[in-house]
Ligand binder design. Structure first.
Ligand code: SF4
Length: 309
């Protein structure tokens, strides 16, 4: 039996997820595509152009197992065109031919930043428009494999979330999805899990500046990690770091509301209490716990890390 095939198409996209994919390490880009035949990728393929490839695929002379879409979906030729087709028309023609459709990144998953261009209302994600199931494909749409569009969210997605999901599907393993069709294996964790600043979070010791090792960035500096489903502090970026490890707040870029918020470097508050508190915690519990933590000071955390015993 030949290798399974993968076709990568782009809608309204900045290419960020393609760049991320090239950095894949576990498995690497090359390991992945030694197991899967890459029929076409807009930035990598050179032997055939997309129109030659589409001609074969649309006439059923070439089978596509995995259709990967990067970027938001539109049917407006003014915004996007591949030959005579928009990305929307191509998805329409391919959706019942392929075994799986994977949305690579937040634009293909939720519509993301291009949806903010409100003059054109048909821009959206594959099965979602932000949190609503009002994407390009119907809410109950499933591919031949029985899966809906599988959303690997993030702006960009982490390459391992994508490659490991693909390998799992390739090996016939069951991929359990959450309510936004994201693989739970990755998105059941919060970005907060594994952050090196958790002790500061627990004792409500706030970071004073970006880029320092000390302090938690949740209380003042906008960190969204306690409300964001993503394993960014478990499966590290480039195997070494994450935003919060580098001293910057998590922007919550794996969630549907990522581009709807303003000022990513500040925690929005009402009467001193964050508008959004960590998942699973009521505001009342939050106030009690943080009040106690603040009263019972942890002396070690008031020093620079290099100066602690
Ligand atoms: S900086 Fe963000 S991820 Fe790290 S402990 Fe604080 S809230 Fe959690």
């Amino acid at each position: 039996m030949g290798k399974k095939t993968l076709l990568w198409l782009q809608g309204l996209s900045c290419n960020g997820n393609s760049q991320s994919l090239l950095n894949a390490e576990n498995p690497s880009f090359y390991e992945l595509f030694s197991r899967v035949e890459l029929i076409f990728h807009p930035e990598i393929s050179y032997k055939e152009n997309i129109l030659q490839v589409l001609e074969k695929v649309l006439s059923d002379r070439k089978k596509v197992n995995f259709l990967v879409i990067e970027g938001s979906i539109t049917t407006n030729k003014r915004f996007h065109r591949i030959g005579d087709y928009t990305i929307g028309e191509l998805i329409d023609r391919l959706k019942n031919k392929v075994d799986y459709i994977i949305a690579a990144g937040n634009c293909a998953s939720f519509g993301n930043i291009p949806v903010l261009y409100r003059e054109h209302k048909d821009i959206r994600g594959l099965q979602f428009k932000f949190k609503e199931r009002k994407g390009f494909l119907p809410p109950d749409f499933k591919t031949k494999s029985g899966y809906p569009v599988i959303n690997i969210t993030g702006c960009p997605m982490h390459p391992s979330w994508f490659t490991q999901t693909l390998i799992a599907l390739l090996e016939g393993r069951k991929v359990i999805l959450d309510k936004y069709n994201r693989p739970k294996e990755f998105f059941m964790y919060l970005s907060h899990d594994g952050c090196l600043r958790n002790e500061y979070f627990e004792w409500k010791v706030e970071a004073e500046e970006f880029g320092h090792k000390e302090g938690c960035l949740f209380y003042n500096l906008g960190c969204r990690a306690p409300m964001t489903h993503a394993p960014c502090n478990k499966i590290l970026w480039n195997r070494v770091s994450s935003k919060t490890r580098a001293g910057l707040p998590c922007f919550g870029c794996t969630e549907f509301d990522f581009p709807l918020r303003e000022n990513y470097f500040e925690t929005k508050k009402n009467i001193g209490i964050p508008e959004d508190v960590p998942l699973g915690v009521s505001k009342r519990v939050y106030i009690t716990i943080t009040g106690v933590a603040k009263t019972l000071k942890n002396e070690r955390l008031s020093k620079k890390l290099e100066e602690t015993d």
